[in-house]
Write a protein that binds this ligand. Structure first.
Ligand code: ADP
Ligand code: MG
Length: 277
């Protein structure tokens, strides 16, 4: 695997008034391999969204650098290439859907690329298929559920054929069913199409689905590892203002009460098989 994204000693400050600034990122180093599924977690204000915006050059490094498939995001002449390679999905699907019909919305990006109509059509078909929304292609977005709207927003990004998708708390505004739909869609795109995924989430249950979890606190990355490694560091996660998955916590309580348990339990299935073995 090669690095799809390489972040080197990245700093970002926001001006918050006369000579005052807040460091949103304070020396972040991170590599994401092509085809990897990375979950990025951290308390509110830890710098996750700022980091996300650096990945497709919506923000420029104040210090350090960000490479997307080897392209420096500060290279103004290659901005377009970077933007095409890394697609962004945000929290509120209503802010991302621009057209009055689903398929027009998905076509919006490729139309802006000036692609021939037949190619646009093909891309829209593929993208809607990939998120399971083909049957809704002629619906107005406001007739869809939150989960369906977010899947259309993902289709809009897919129609640009990115190598990598960054999703900034895409399920925060959704009900449990919508969250499940979006997570399943993202997993499928990663596993079946090999798209690199960076999922920012505050639902630890979603982070478990990733290959690797990176934890942010105060503009820094404080841990990275497999979900199993990261969720074993309960004390440090609490300190960073994060929960552990409910099932992990339940297993911890059972262990503390004398029930024999593996060091980290990450799923209901695992807990059941431990209890029934
Ligand atoms: P997260 O997504 O983890 O909640 P953010 O990247 O949004 O974190 O914010 C990181 C820090 O930068 C916070 O202290 C936040 O208040 C500050 N910040 C974010 N955006 C701005 C902005 N536009 N102007 C000033 N400060 C900002
Ligand atoms: Mg944020």
């Amino acid at each position: 695997m090669s690095a799809a994204i390489k972040i080197e000693d990245l700093y970002h400050w926001y001006e918050i008034g006369e000579g005052q600034r807040v460091a949103a990122l304070a020396g972040v180093d991170l590599e994401v391999q092509a085809g990897e599924f990375l979950a990025l977690v951290g308390a509110n204000g830890s710098g996750k969204s700022t980091l996300a915006r650096h990945l497709n050059a919506l923000l420029m490094p104040h210090q350090g650098r960000v490479l997307v498939n080897g392209i420096d995001t500060a290279d103004q002449g290659r901005l377009w290439e970077v933007r095409c390679q890394v697609g962004m999905v945000f929290q509120n699907p209503d802010n991302q859907l621009v057209a009055t019909i689903v398929e027009d919305d998905v076509a919006f990006g490729p139309e802006n690329l000036g692609l021939p109509p037949a190619i646009i059509r093909e891309r829209v078909d593929c993208a809607l298929e990939a998120v399971g929304m083909s049957e809704h292609r002629r619906y107005p977005p406001h007739h869809l559920s939150g989960g369906q709207k977010q899947r259309v927003a993902i289709a809009g990004v897919l129609a640009m054929q990115p190598n990598c998708i960054v999703l900034d708390e895409p399920t925060a505004m959704l009900d449990p069913q919508g969250r499940q739909e979006v997570l399943a869609t993202v997993r499928r795109l990663n596993k079946q199409q090999g798209i690199t995924v960076i999922l920012i989430t505050h639902f630890m249950e979603e982070a478990i689905a990733a290959d690797r979890v990176a934890v942010m606190a105060d503009g820094r990355l404080i841990h990275q590892g497999t979900p199993r490694e990261v969720f074993a560091r309960q004390g440090e996660l609490y300190q960073a203002g994060l929960d552990i998955p409910q099932v992990t916590e339940l297993a911890d309580r059972l262990r503390a009460s004398g029930v024999s348990m593996p060091p980290v339990v990450l799923s209901v299935e695992e807990l059941v098989s431990t209890l029934c073995s």
